[in-house]
Design a protein. Sequence first.
Length: 455
Amino acid sequence: MARALEPELSGAVVQKVRAPWPERLELELRQPGRTVRLLLSVESGLGRISVIEARALSSLDNRPTPWLLRVRKELTGRRLSSIRCTGPRQVRLGFEKGGTSRTLVAELGAPGVLLLLGEDDLPLAATQGPARAPPPVEAVDDGGPPSRLGEAHGLEAGRAAEALVGARESEVRRQALQRARIQPIRSTLQRLRRTRAKVEAEAGRDAAAEEHRRWGELLSRALDRIPRGARSVRLTEWTESGSREVDVPLEPTLAPRAQVERHFHQYRRLLRGSAMARERLATLDREISETERALAEAEASAEVDAATPPPARGARKRASPAHRPYRVFRGAGGQPIWVGRAGEDNAALTFQVARPHHLWMHARGVPGAHVVVPLDRGEEVGQETLLDAAHLALHFSRVAGEPRGEVAWTRARLVKRVKGGAPGQVTYTGEKVLSVRMEPARLERLLRSREDAAS
């Protein structure tokens, strides 16, 4: 290709330089009576030097990179003096103007790189990493299989090369864009299915609730037989098929009457949780069905413009950002509410993410998640947002499922670490206490509003 293009393009003046994406450089060369667009691509598996008819779409939002700015500065207005193959996978283009020279080196490979050199091969810029000198010039073996370009010569050889590799590039681009479109939908579907499995398990806790009711009734008829400090007691249960011995678990620190209340309390809590879980299953089933339909449509759609730029390098990484220490829910009016995930994440949310003027909240007197409502400086929290945040604080605490609870709230600047305490263990001052009667409809709305981001 170098031998085919050099006699055709020698003396052409560089009018424009484009880099639609980092591994691709397009030179618009002007000769008397014609303009030729020369392409240098160092993309892995798609590296080539060829002649193109139209510009590729840019993936850089028209914001030139430092590499492109330097190449434009050094090459615009210079004459192309040579195109040489200086190694099995290396092409050097020489440019002259006013007695000074510049060299553009395309190193094909994985990864490929474009290098800009000054006088005496002084490194000026590179597409990847710092500027550096190219590898030494190597002899090129002219043997090997016959050219796949047929009998094409000159610029026609350059166009034939583009047609040959461009077809493969279109397929590679289509597959990459297909993956970029489908993967987020698949991730959402997987998350919904995992959530449904957990909620389904919660919805099936009626049997566990019934077990607590039976134990509570057995204990209520045998209060005088409950030993203090014991972890279980064996009692007789009368059924239609006769009597049987049942081991009833106990809490060693509770009195006999409190043991009964504990089991009845667990019975009521599990029943409420099961009912809420069954309601949420219907919502999850609908979301799963919609996501499955969207995935099927995305997989069936194979229409991708061949000129579409490739997904930006690192785009997948940005789509799945580094772990953040909180979940995001939306309260009244779309107000974000941040809920910490665990001990260390609670600490990170409170002491690294939250600003001093943000509102901070925690279920009072029990272990639970730290909750933060981000507010503007001087902004007061609305009553509905306060209730929304309080519901989340109670739901993500040890008293989840209880009909009532208390929540303490203050400004984040008044929350301090406990010296030597566990991660997330804090003290706070200036707090106000909110007594909350849980509203299932409000909690369901909040849980549905959760925003997932690589969480």
